[in-house]
Ligand binder design. Structure first.
Ligand code: NAD
Length: 486
């Protein structure tokens, strides 16, 4: 079918607060309707990556000397810009990424709050720590690092970018962002509006794939790389960073277990749990990726679960009534389709649920129905790997010791959740999980948690943390000054 060229958006690079065109553009098609060309995105050359880094490096000289109040005021204005621009960005985000409008709206609101949280936390965090005795005076001071490379994935581009940009800038660093080619237009539109209120060079944006990523992560003027994505690319980045001894911070994949204890209130938990599995059609890092249920309540639980999953209405994110969008890209779509096939071949029962909203256009997008694997064997591939899509295995267990062992048996350790009506019992289980985060009776953080919990994972789920004062700590160097009194 010939592409329809309606409201095609052109996204350029952003260097020194200027739109920079290139000779090569990437066509972006709607993953929910392949016939729609959404936009064209400038692909940076290595020379342009160097220009962006040099611009950030030049801007660092003055920006790093600005006082915290100035930086904080500008960031708060940037948060207000995000809120104001949200209505103009959410449709574009839906068309380029397949994510629902209400998800995009919530994402931008949360991203604005991430900026506000960082500003608030920085006021105390950046104060020097002073100690003194009769012989000497010591000050431990926090300094910006320099130019940061922020590289992000496609699944929640605004949140992921702001988790890097806000702490980097409030601590006095400058930044070069590389969004994912699979969701770069909405975030670029927002970044351009935000960057305009900062001195040129403080925020720069380059576009491209692995080649641009390599140029950025090997650049000698980049002092730190903050990366959100998969472990395979993280391995490459770590090698690239080694060449000039750059620091790295990684937010990688998860295979988050949800542990249902036998005293959990099934009626209350099911809607929350289903949201935790299938929001963004299962495409988010701390989505629930495997569910463990005591065998004595398995049937009641499973029947209630499939009733809830069956309510999803699958279709294009801009169509009325749709509650479940397409996969973001072909690779993801094919991986999940193949994984379901392999799961069936291994003898498991995979139940596909939900309503197809428009059968006529089903084959025109990367559409999958939400799927549930009944009585999943704990050793199945779908249990042990990160699926990052809408198929959820439900495993039965006998004892708490068994379920804790199964929950910890993967190389990933991002989030996790425990569901129980007994806080002490749930807490005791939570404390035995190998994960960066555990949520009790929810599949995500509260507003208080978003601000205070360091976000990230253990083992192959990452290095370092984002958010909270721990996340701010990723963007400073320490400078110790010791005055000898005699
Ligand atoms: P990916 O690793 O393929 O890509 C991530 C980014 O890296 C993209 O911008 C990509 O263009 C870039 N990239 C590719 N090659 C590069 C190179 N050689 N050098 C530098 N950059 C390069 O991951 P993805 O498919 O975008 O995202 C999916 C993965 O991300 C999943 O595993 C998911 O769990 C994880 N993720 C983690 C978090 C978190 O906070 N822990 C959040 C979202 C997604």
């Amino acid at each position: 079918m010939k592409p329809i060229r309606t409201s095609v958006i052109k996204t350029e690079l952003l260097i020194d607060n200027l739109d920079i065109a290139t000779s090569q553009y990437l066509d972006v098609y709607d993953p929910g309707n392949f016939s729609q060309l959404v936009g064209m995105v400038a692909q940076a050359t290595t020379f342009q990556v160097d220009q962006a880094v040099s611009s950030a490096h030049a801007a660092f000289k003055e920006w790093s000397k600005t006082d915290l109040l100035t930086r904080s005021e500008l960031l708060l204005k940037a948060a207000a810009i995000l809120d104001a621009e949200a209505p103009h960005a959410i449709e574009l985000m839906a068309r380029e990424s397949g994510m629902l409008l209400n998800i995009n709206k919530a994402e931008i609101g949360m991203a604005a709050n991430i900026i506000r949280d960082n500003v608030e936390l920085a006021a105390e965090f950046l104060q020097p720590k002073k100690v003194e005795d009769d012989a000497s005076w010591v000050s431990i001071e926090k300094r910006p690092i320099g130019v940061i490379a922020g590289i992000v994935s496609w699944n929640a581009p605004v949140i992921l970018t702001m988790r890097k940009l806000a702490p980097a800038l409030v601590c006095g660093n400058t930044i070069v962002i590389k969004p994912s080619p699979l969701a770069c237009m909405g975030i670029s539109m927002l970044l351009k509006k935000m960057a305009a209120i900062f001195p040129p060079g403080v925020i720069n944006v380059v576009h491209g794939g692995a080649e641009v990523g390599d140029a950025l992560t090997t650049h000698p003027l980049i002092r730190k790389i903050s990366f959100t994505g998969g472990a395979k690319v993280a391995e490459v980045i770590m090698k690239n960073a080694a060449g000039s001894i750059k620091d790295v911070q990684f937010e990688l994949g998860g295979n988050d277990p949800a542990i249902i204890l036998d005293d959990a209130n099934i009626e209350d938990l099911i809607p929350k749990l289903v949201g935790g599995v299938f929001r963004r059609s299962g495409q988010f890092c701390f989505a629930v990726k495997r569910i463990y249920v005591p065998e004595n309540i398995y049937d009641i639980f499973f029947n209630r679960l499939i009733q809830e999953v069956a309510k999803f209405k699958v279709g294009h994110p801009l169509s009325a009534g749709v509650t479940f969008g397409p996969m973001n890209n072909r690779l993801q779509y094919q991986f999940i389709k193949d994984l379901i096939e392999r799961t069936r071949q291994a003898g498991a029962e995979v139940i596909e649920l939900g309503e197809i909203m428009d059968p006529a256009t089903w084959a025109q997008g990367y559409y999958l129905l939400p799927a549930v694997v009944k009585h999943a064997n704990p050793e199945l591939e779908v249990v042990l790997t990160e699926q990052f899509g809408p198929v959820i295995p439900v495993v039965s267990y006998r004892t708490e010791a068994d379920v804790i062992r199964m929950a910890n048996q993967t190389e990933l350790g991002l989030g996790s959740s425990v569901w129980s009506s007994n806080f002490d019992r749930a807490l005791a289980v939570a404390r035995q999980l190998e994960a960066g985060m555990t949520f009790i009776n929810q599949a995500g953080t509260s507003r208080l948690g978003q601000k205070n919990i360091p976000f990230g994972g253990v083992k192959r789920s990452g290095i370092g943390r984002e958010s909270s004062e721990i996340g701010l700590g990723e963007y400073v160097e320490y400078h110790g000054i010791n005055y000898h009194k005699m």
